[in-house]
Every structure is written in structure tokens, then in C-alpha cells.
Design a binder for this molecule. Structure first.
Ligand SMILES: Nc1ncnc2c1ncn2[C@@H]1O[C@H](COP(=O)(O)OP(=O)(O)O)[C@@H](O)[C@H]1O
Ligand SMILES: [Mg+2]
Length: 316
């Protein structure tokens, strides 16, 4: 995977260009090969011809042609799954939150989205043998709801070293959609430098919805969201890490039956996310999760609880 192939040389590319790539966080053949040359241009400030050349050379190095499905199956064995804290939630997710994919947590206010993020921020740091990813966590907090005290409490309740866990969570508060976009575009560098295995964006669409108001701005907004999501998926794939996004619901104006809420972000969000999980409040401290859209997971439901230790299992 990408961790092992730090770019040291691209034939015929000047050291100035190489250092520009490095500054932009494009440190591996993989991350260059999967970034569109137009974006390389924007990220590094190099000319379009150089960006195109660099992109072609990197692609040659990683050989992104056709491969037999047996090889794809082999590569998928490198996929890791992180314990969510609830065995039943793990079960409907096919074993846990997976690397190389985007998992979207959808639900109304108080449905448990942020609590799942907090719990994962702790559990993802555990070694693979203990159901974690054995890596650090990057959190992009757009709503100002990140609470280190809560991370500390979850770690403490689980008998873990709280300082070590808190140090393993790198947090950035995104103040608007532009800032959020910059933070997302800078992820390759942060991920590489800190051995990050889980990236959380809580929440993904909030700023965009608040800032782009009116029909005329919709396509511009969707295009910008789409570009962020594409970057997140590339990071997930290139670094074999998990991306977890949260998303609110909005009332559908014209429903007479069924659930009157739908996730925000429209088709762009629906298509970019690998697995979508819908969360609802249950009795007392329980929550109900349902997989609503996934390429291979059935649409199953699971009940979990939120307590001092974060997400935990409960009777079904
Ligand atoms: N320390 C805690 N102990 C038990 N339950 C908690 C604790 N902190 C938060 N919760 C529960 O989590 C809920 C908030 O869920 P949250 O994940 O923040 O919602 P959202 O989906 O809006 O992000 C609270 O209403 C409460 O029920
Ligand atoms: Mg929240």
C-alpha cells in the first residue's frame, strides 16, 4: 500500500517540481496517480503540462490498468474493519467500519451520529487484533460538537490510557465550507505524516447548506461537495483507511407515506458514499441503525445503546 512507496524519483521531473508535490502532500505514486492533473495543478501551482506529465509518470509506476479479479480479491484482504462498540452494528456493517470506503451516518439531531464518531475515535486506535486499525484518527469538526472530555470518558470507561488516546485524535474545526474543503484537500499530507487510519467529517453537508442558498447556487454547491467527496474516496483508497461522514436529514415537502425525512446532499452524496447507515432514536438510550444503501450489505437493522463508554451492545 501507499505507506511503503514514498516518491523519491520520477524520471525527468525536476527537484523543484518534486518538492512542490511534496508540499502539496502528494508524497506517493498512488496519491499522484489518483489525483486528476487539473487538481495537481491547483494544489501545487505547477503548470498544466508539468502536472499532466507528472500524473502520467506516476500512473505508469502504479500500473492502473486492468487486473484479474483474483488480484482485486487479494487486495481486498488488506481491508480492515473497525469495531463500533456494538456487536450488532458491526454485524450489519459486515464486521465493522471498513477501510478503503466511505461510510455515511445519517440521522436527525440526537440520533447518535457524533457518539458513534467519538467511540470510533477511541476504538480505531486499538491494535488490529483488538478490533481497531492500529492508527491515528483525523476529525474535521464542522459543527463545533467535538468534545475531548467525551473522548476521555469513553477511553477511561474502557480502561485505556486517556492521554495516549487523546493524543491520537487530530482535530480541526472547519469554520466554513471553504475551510472544510482546504482541510479535506490537505488530508494526504496529514494522513501520511501521522499514520492516520480513520478520517471523520462531522458533519459533511452542514456548511454547504448554510452558505449556498437559493436554486441558482445549487449546481455550484453540488459540484464543490462532489469534489470533496472524490478527494475523500481517493484518500480512503490510496491509504487503505476508513472515512466516516455524518449527514443530517431534511423534511421532504411532499411525502404522504413512509419516512418524511431524507438525507441532505442529494445524489452527489448518495453516489459517493459506499455504505449509508440510517440512525433513529429508540427507547431510552437505545438507537436503531439500518443499512439503507450499500453495494453488498443487505438492508438490515440493529439496535445499539449509548452510554458513558460510548456505543455499546444491547438486546435486539
Ligand atoms: N456521556 C453520555 N452518556 C450517555 N449518553 C450520552 C452521553 N453523551 C451523549 N449521550 C447521548 O447521545 C445523544 C446525543 O447524540 P449525538 O451523537 O450527539 O447526536 P447527533 O446525531 O446529533 O450527532 C444525547 O442525547 C444522549 O442521549
Ligand atoms: Mg452531532
Amino acid at each position: 500500500m501507499a505507506e511503503n512507496s514514498v516518491v523519491i524519483d520520477l524520471d525527468g521531473v525536476s527537484s523543484t517540481t518534486l518538492s512542490k508535490l511534496k508540499k502539496a502532500g502528494l508524497l506517493t505514486y498512488e496519491s499522484i496517480a489518483v489525483t486528476p492533473s487539473k487538481e495537481i495543478e491547483e494544489m501545487t501551482g505547477m503548470g498544466s503540462d508539468t502536472a499532466l506529465k507528472v500524473s502520467q509518470l506516476a500512473r505508469k509506476k502504479v500500473d492502473h490498468g486492468f487486473v484479474p479479479a483474483t488480484l482485486v480479491l487479494e487486495q481486498r484482504k488488506l481491508m480492515l474493519r473497525c469495531n463500533t462498540g456494538s456487536p450488532d452494528l458491526n454485524r450489519i456493517l459486515g464486521g465493522g467500519i471498513e477501510t478503503g470506503a466511505i461510510t455515511e451516518l445519517i440521522g436527525e439531531f440526537g440520533s447518535g451520529k457524533t457518539q458513534i464518531c467519538f467511540t470510533l475515535s477511541v476504538l480505531a486506535q486499538l491494535p488490529v487484533e483488538q478490533g481497531g486499525f492500529g492508527g491515528k484518527v483525523c476529525v474535521i469538526d464542522t459543527e463545533g460538537t467535538f468534545l475531548p472530555e467525551r473522548i476521555k470518558q469513553i477511553a477511561e470507561e474502557r480502561g485505556l490510557d486517556t492521554i495516549e488516546i487523546l493524543n491520537g485524535v487530530l482535530v480541526a474545526r472547519a469554520f466554513n465550507s471553504e475551510h472544510q474543503t482546504i482541510l479535506i484537500k490537505n488530508l494526504p499530507q496529514v494522513v501520511q505524516e501521522n499514520k492516520v487510519k480513520l478520517v471523520i467529517v462531522d458533519s459533511m453537508i452542514g456548511h454547504f447548506r448554510g452558505e449556498y442558498i437559493g436554486r441558482g447556487t445549487l449546481s455550484d454547491r453540488q459540484q464543490k461537495i462532489g469534489s470533496c467527496l472524490a478527494s475523500l474516496l481517493r484518500v480512503a483508497e490510496a491509504f487503505n483507511l476508513a472515512v466516516v461522514l455524518t449527514n443530517q436529514v431534511q423534511a421532504k415537502p411532499d411525502t404522504n407515506y413512509g419516512d418524511p425525512n431524507k438525507p441532505t446532499g442529494g445524489h452527489v452524496m448518495a453516489h459517493a458514499c459506499t455504505h449509508r447507515v440510517y440512525l433513529r432514536k429508540g427507547k431510552e438510550n437505545t438507537r436503531i441503525a439500518q443499512v439503507i444503501d450499500s453495494p453488498y450489505l443487505p438492508e438490515e437493522k440493529a439496535r445499539f445503546a449509548v452510554e458513558a463508554a460510548g456505543v455499546i451492545g444491547c438486546e435486539q
